[in-house]
Design a protein around this ligand. Structure first.
Ligand SMILES: [Zn+2]
Length: 114
């Protein structure tokens, strides 16, 4: 299960951070791109499983979904892209030449308990 191994590595990283700061982590904030290939709900469920019995037990995983942004060479501009299968510029209809955002899978912040 893809999401479980991702959740385990997030928990492991956060545990190290908690130990280094001698603090309790209340929440982990994660940026998750719509093209990351990770299913949000599955990751949330896996997180609770991965955190059980660790220093992270009882903490929350907060997922911030990152929309898809591409670059249109014809308009020479950044454009938000809706579809996941077809990347077309919403303005001129040309194929998007490069995906700029939406592949993120990145821990953005750790919330430390007081
Ligand atoms: Zn365009």
């Amino acid at each position: 299960m893809h999401e479980l191994s991702i959740a385990l590595s997030i928990v492991e990283m956060a545990e190290e951070e908690a130990a280094a700061r001698q603090a309790r982590i209340r929440a982990v904030h994660l940026k998750l791109g719509r093209l990351s290939g990770v299913v949000k709900d599955a990751l949330l469920a896996s997180y609770d499983m991965a955190a059980a019995g660790t220093a992270l037990e009882g903490s929350r995983l907060v997922i911030e979904e990152v929309p898809i942004v591409g670059y249109c060479a014809k308009c020479q501009a950044r454009r938000g892209v809706d579809g996941v299968q077809w990347f077309l510029c919403p303005r001129c209809g040309s194929p998007i030449s490069e995906i700029l955002e939406g592949k993120e899978l990145q821990v953005r912040a750790l919330e430390i308990a007081e």
